[in-house]
Design a binder for this molecule. Structure first.
Ligand code: CTP
Length: 404
């Protein structure tokens, strides 16, 4: 999550009755940490699962449960609480509450707030699989979608009732991601983005290999930012220990050869290619089938190497290439090597990491190299920087009709 990526956003978080209420404690923490103000409103049923005191402590604001709450000077809680809101999020949204919403009912504070709102409404359903599959629920959800309500989830998996299936609420982190995505400007709407990220691993034998210190954080942050910007994102990832960003299609590979093949299989569909991976430049020409043992005479093993395919250059060489963006990590003289590398790889834009090498770190500072010259972006955490880079890429895209 980027520092304060929801700063200035005011959310009404409406909780209805369900065991998934426990997830909302964590969701509230994530939303407030991202800078949002969170006004919690609970139905009576929700207070059976988690107390208003807990939600008040986590949100830092008084919690409202009742339409006749005397704390509102004008007794207009149903209007006042959502007046400043950028969105109302109902999480968990019970079967009953979805039915109420679909029919425009207003028989408690939260339902009235929803009917009286002047802002987007997001619902995060949480229920048993049979309740979710019930034709009435499906009808209500279809009606809500038709009314412009965003339906986030539900997830599939084990449920509190012991059954397995669709209906459980998205985890708090996924709900947070879906909300953050909802607010991001859709500057890449309708575009397809293919990215590589992380290191590659080139085996020497079944237990050893060569790799590098790339963590994949920058590539994953870019994939997340592109998804939030409305793109359809395909991420080809080398071996990394990172979670797949929400809504991103991920394909895992090990070697540069596999990464090259995965990219070549999908590149025809891409409008934008971003090569963030730190591809290992060489592999051994013969990988040993068995673990290489120490020789009795202690002779050291000798390897001969062959060069790996240059994925970015191969993409740029295609007859109808997508808008191709490279990355460069240099240990010195970035200003010289950056532009030289951009020209050598024949890409319109190359993003140079300003030293020291930032592998695994959360912050980064970059220079954009392009034919028109070099531009420096301010140092920022990788998520914030990723959003700035996606905006820079979006600005430079040719009109879709001219791409292919
Ligand atoms: N790249 C690639 N395939 C390779 C090597 C690099 O697609 N076999 C891409 C990287 O993903 C990055 C860009 O090319 O977008 C530059 O990578 P970098 O490692 O900095 O450049 P190299 O071409 O490997 O040059 P050198 O290591 O000599 O600096």
């Amino acid at each position: 999550m980027a520092t304060a990526e929801l700063a200035g956003k005011h959310l009404v978080l409406g909780m209805t009755g369900g065991i998934a209420c426990y997830k909302i404690a964590e969701l509230t923490r994530l939303l407030t940490k991202a800078g949002a103000t969170v006004q919690v409103v609970m139905t009576e049923a929700a207070t059976q699962f988690i107390t208003p005191v807990t939600m008040q402590a986590l949100s830092g604001r008084p919690v409202y449960t009742n339409q006749w709450d005397a704390r509102m000077p004008n007794n207009m809680a149903h209007i006042d609480l959502s007046r400043e809101a950028d969105a109302i999020v109902i999480a968990p949204a019970s079967t009953d509450f979805l039915a109420k919403l679909a029919h425009g009912m207003a028989d408690d504070l939260l339902a009235t707030l929803c009917v009286a709102r002047d802002c987007p409404l997001l619902v995060v359903p949480a229920m048993n699989r049979q309740m979710w599959q019930n034709p009435a629920t499906q009808r209500n959800v279809a009606q809500l979608r038709a009314d412009g309500v965003e339906v986030l989830g539900p997830d599939s998996g084990p449920q509190a009732c012991g059954e397995i299936g669709d209906g459980r609420m998205l985890e708090a982190a996924a709900t947070y991601e879906a909300i953050a995505s909802f607010f991001a400007p859709k500057i890449l709407s309708g575009r397809r983005v293919l990215l590589t990220a992380g290191p590659t691993f080139e085996p020497l034998d079944p237990v050893r290999g060569i790799t590098n210190r790339s963590s994949g954080k920058m590539g994953f942050a870019l994939a997340r930012a592109a998804q939030q910007a409305g793109a359809d994102v395909h991420l080809v990832a080398g071996p990394v220990a990172l979670e797949t960003p929400w809504g991103v299609f991920r394909e895992d590979v090990q070697t540069a050869g596999q990464m090259h093949d995965a990219v070549m299989r999908s590149v025809a569909d891409a409008d934008i290619f971003i090569g963030v991976a730190a591809v290992v430049d060489w592999r051994v020409d013969h990988t040993s089938e068995h673990k290489i043992k120490k020789a009795a005479d202690r002779a050291l093993p000798v390897f001969s190497f062959v060069e790996n395919p240059d994925i970015l250059a191969a993409v740029a060489k295609l007859p109808h290439p997508p808008f191709a963006v490279g990355f460069a990590a240099e240990s010195g003289d970035l200003e010289v090597h950056g532009e030289e590398k951009r020209v050598r790889k024949n890409v319109p834009l190359l993003i140079g990491n300003l030293g020291p090498l930032t592998f695994g770190m959360d912050d980064n500072e970059v220079i954009l190299f392009e034919a028109a010259g070099a531009t420096r972006l301010p140092r920022a955490d990788k998520q914030t920087l990723a959003r700035a880079l996606i905006a820079e890429i979006a600005k430079r895209l040719p009109d879709t009709s001219l791409i292919r």
